[in-house]
Design a protein around this ligand. Structure first.
Ligand SMILES: Nc1ccn([C@@H]2O[C@H](COP(=O)(O)OP(=O)(O)OP(=O)(O)O)[C@@H](O)[C@H]2O)c(=O)n1
Ligand SMILES: C[C@](O)(CO)[C@H](O)COP(=O)(O)O
Length: 232
């Protein structure tokens, strides 16, 4: 059963505020993108990787990462879902696809392997999650609180998110709907999405503070060699 990982890396990284598109920012001697691809390889669970990069960078990424036989490079789109859609069209006849943000560059390979194991065990859609530690409020456009969802029922969602390829293709074929993750599109089909424990190290590098944390973790071997963090 072949597994292809799609790595959306075509974002601009506006919130990070670096000069380069975020996936190409240096993190411990290589780019975030190269580190994310390395983690996928180290999981031992992935057959091929499709990286989705800003269209103007396709050529240079092909010359770099794309020389490896197990990596394909395609151009992305304006929204994350446009980029995933482009990657999906290059996934070929894979049985399973993982969608994994380049921005989650420190994701432990063991978490990636657990997502694939859960797919192989029969789930059609799998997402790693962590309990939420802050209280979450909903608010209206003026900032007034409209509700307080029960925290025990909330989870923070990470990547890689894993799917049977047919299921993810059906979700994307169902229309061009805005969504901040791929599982949301699958939920709209009525397909059950299974959660598994995520890992604190799979955090998304979004802001300058996240980048400081990622660089500090890379200089602290113990933090990164720990098996699992907070993944209950
Ligand atoms: N049009 C887009 C937007 C995002 N992504 C990718 O999706 C992942 C998660 O997105 P995010 O962390 O929000 O990255 P950016 O969109 O680059 O961040 P920002 O919103 O701050 O610009 C990243 O690996 C990003 O490169 C993508 O491939 N194509
Ligand atoms: C897919 C995701 O990483 C799950 O948490 C997240 O929704 C991506 O959101 P972003 O706004 O593109 O960072």
């Amino acid at each position: 059963m072949a597994v292809v990982a799609l790595v959306p890396a075509a974002g601009r990284g506006v919130r990070l505020g670096e000069k380069l598109p975020k996936a190409f920012v240096e993190l411990g001697g290589c780019t975030m993108l190269a580190r994310a691809v390395d983690g996928l390889r180290k999981s031992g669970a992935i057959d091929r990787v499709v990286v989705i990069v800003p269209p103007e960078l396709v050529e240079s990424v092909v010359a770099d990462l794309g020389r490896a036989a197990d990596v394909d490079v395609v151009g992305g789109g304006a929204e994350r879902t446009d980029s995933v859609r482009a990657g999906l069209s290059a996934a070929g006849d894979a049985d399973f696809v993982l969608v994994h943000d380049a921005a989650r560059a420190l994701t432990p390979p063991a978490l990636i392997a657990r997502v694939v194991d859960t797919l192989r065990a029969g789930s059609s859609a799998v997402i790693p999650v962590l309990p939420v530690t802050d209280t979450i409020k909903s608010v209206d456009v003026l900032g007034a609180v409209t509700g307080t969802p029960l925290r025990s029922e909330l989870r923070a969602v990470q990547t890689p998110q894993g799917f049977s390829t047919d299921v993810l293709r059906s979700a994307y074929d169902a229309g061009d709907v805005a969504a901040t993750d791929d599982a949301a599109l699958v939920e709209r089909l009525g397909v059950s999405v299974q959660t598994i424990p995520g890992d604190a190290l799979a955090f998304k590098i979004t802001t300058p503070l996240d980048l400081v944390l990622a660089r500090a973790l890379l200089s602290s071997e113990t933090a990164l060699s720990a098996d699992s963090q907070d993944g209950n």
